[in-house]
Structures are given as C-alpha cells and as structure tokens.
Write a protein of this length. Sequence first.
Length: 365
Amino acid sequence: MMNIVPNSEHKAIGELARGLAGQDLRKNWARWEETHEFPVETLKKLASHGLMGVNVSKEFGGLEAGVVAYSNAVQAIAWGDPAIAVTMCVNNMVAEVLQEFGDERQKAFIPKLLSGQTPAGSFCLSEAGSGSDAAGMQANARRTDSGYVLNGSKAWITSGEFAGAYLVWAQVENGGKSSISVFFVEEGTPGVSFGAPEEKMGQHASNTVVVNFDDVEVPADALVMDVGQGFKVAMMALDGGRIGIASQALGICDALLEEAGRIGWAASSYWSGRVEAARALVWRAAKLKEEKAPFTYEASVAKLYASECASALGDTILAEAGIEAALNSNFLQKLVRDARVTRIYEGTSEVQKIVIARELGRRLG
Ligand SMILES: Cc1cc2nc3c(=O)[nH]c(=O)nc-3n(C[C@H](O)[C@H](O)[C@H](O)COP(=O)(O)OP(=O)(O)OC[C@H]3O[C@@H](n4cnc5c(N)ncnc54)[C@H](O)[C@@H]3O)c2cc1C
C-alpha cells in the first residue's frame, strides 16, 4: 500500500511557501489585480527560497525535494495568489524538461531559471488553431547548414514577455506530427516578439501573450533530444504539469474555504470531504511521479477532480454566502475568477476525460 501522506520535509516546504504567500502575495494581490503587474521582485523572492525548482537537482540550484513537496509548495502559493502559482508551475516544468531531456549546454541554463536571474521560463506548445489538438501545430523549423530557422506563433504563453528561455515546439521541414521537435531558445534571440498581454478574466499577475517566431535562427544544439521526439516530451511534461495545476486548484479550494468562513459560510462535510479527496488524489499522482512509476492516469484524475472542485466550490460559495462574497474588495471573487482556467490549461477537463478513458482502456487490456 502506497503511503501518500507527506513527510516532515514535504510539510516544511509547504509551510515555508505558506509563510511567503502570507507575507507577500496576500498583501499585494489587490494591487496586482488592478495593475496587471508581473511581480518580478516577488518571483525573485520565491526563487531565493528554491521554489522555482522544487523537484530539480541541487546540482542546478534546485531544492531536490521531490514532487509531493512541490505540490505542497504550489498549494501554498496558490492559496496566496493563484496567478503567482501558475508562473511558478511553468518555470518548474521548463526546468524539469531541461534537466530530464536537455544536453549539457541546455542544462547549464537551469540555474538562471531557478535563481531568479531570469524571472521565469516559458513552455510554447499551443497555437491559435491547436490547443487540445497540439499535434496540429503549424510552427515549422527549417534546417540550415548551422542549425534551424523557426517560424510560427505560439498562443497563450504564460510568462512569454518576461521569459529567460523558451521551449518551442515545431514541426521540422513541415513533416507533420512525427517530425514535431522541441527547441531551446534564449531570450533576446532576434526574431522573437510578443503580442499585447491578454486581458484575462482572472490571474492578472500572470503574463499571457502570443510569442512570435519570425525567421529565428538557432544553432543545431538548440534541438532538445532528437528530431521527432518533441511530441513525446510535451506529453510527458504535461503529465507532470497536471500535478502542478491540480495543486494550484487545491490551493484555491483551501483559500475559498477559509475566506468563506470569514464571512460566516461554514463548509459542509461534503465540501471539506471533496477538497481532502482532491488532495489525496494529487498526493497519489505526485508520489507515483516521485517514485518514477507511471502516473499519466493519476495526474489526469487529480487535475480533473481538483480543478472541477475549485470551480464548483467557488460557485456554491457565491450562491450561498451572500453578496459580500462578490465584492471586488473581497479575495473570494478573485478566487472564483482564478479557478476557471485550471479547467483549461495543461489540458481542458474534456481532454482529461479522454486521457483517463484511454489509460483505463490500456489497463483493462
Ligand atoms: C491563461 C492561459 C495560460 C496558458 N498558458 C499556456 C502556456 O504557457 N503554454 C501553452 O502551450 N499553452 C498555454 N495555454 C493554452 C492552453 O493549454 C489551451 O488553451 C488549452 O489546451 C485548450 O486549447 P484551446 O484554447 O485551443 O481550446 P480548443 O482545443 O479549441 O477547445 C475548445 C473546447 O473544445 C473542447 N474540445 C477540444 N477537443 C475536444 C475533444 N476531442 N473532445 C471533446 N471536447 C473537446 C475543449 O475541451 C474546449 O472546451 C494557456 C491558456 C490559458 C487560458
């Protein structure tokens, strides 16, 4: 029987993150909501405590504390402000991809992503016409004598305008799904430009932009793994990413219950039970990933359950707690807005159901 209960180190990292969230995020969320500011100094502070690379080796400046600790840290940061949690999640994901699949030059960039030297990393998979159907991407990499030339536009890219490094997925020589590859592109590379920041309904302190790649020349060693390995890398990264977003949704649930309590709405055992069930599912997926066991199914179940729970809980509180919950000055209304996108990124709820059905089919033979 797998023990999914966090140990003292996992708990300590969650408590450290909760402390930072209480000191900084809870004091600033209202201003960030208003100004849509990307809080670079706060992200540096998280980095200085290791939170931008919780499951990354100490060799690269990470905490090397594992996936359960990572989940606890994301839950705590999302409790403080879910917008900061998504920036943290994507940075951790980019660093983990480089650690797992990068060559020496690419890995050498990880300390910059973890130390706060660059505010964040970006994961450039989605396009305007290919979100759920990632394999339908149009971005292309043309071979040259010295490397590749990238062309294409990536949509909805978290931290895009501020990223120190981009993982960019593209077909090679328009070769279709089997040619999809991933490239490591550093900030400042000529030909990389951005659209205006998206005016989102929630998570205003996260930056979301179109990132354009116009004749971007990269060396041959910008390729991560081999040509044609990109789709597999993306799917593996998204499995891990789903644990992050499920943890973010859980942090939202914790904050919702607490804030609703402040205005006199007492959670029923039904809601407390749903939130704790979500936490158990998230820890189970995290533990499996930590043990290097298959976790695709468990990560999708956790992400689906936790994100749907956050939205449904928010709706219920708005319906039952009285008008105060909906006032702009109240953190509750922000949490309700912020919850919605946890059902979209890292795969929508409908996509999670497809993954779950496929994985169940495999297990049942
Ligand atoms: C705030 C934000 C940040 C994001 N950050 C990033 C990022 O950093 N990097 C990145 O690469 N992407 C990012 N994304 C993109 C995100 O991953 C996509 O929005 C998501 O995968 C859905 O794709 P789509 O928006 O194109 O919707 P579509 O794929 O067009 O889906 C539209 C609707 O159809 C449903 N649907 C689609 N296919 C099926 C199917 N086969 N069966 C049943 N229903 C289906 C979907 O569930 C959805 O409800 C971000 C998105 C948002 C909103």
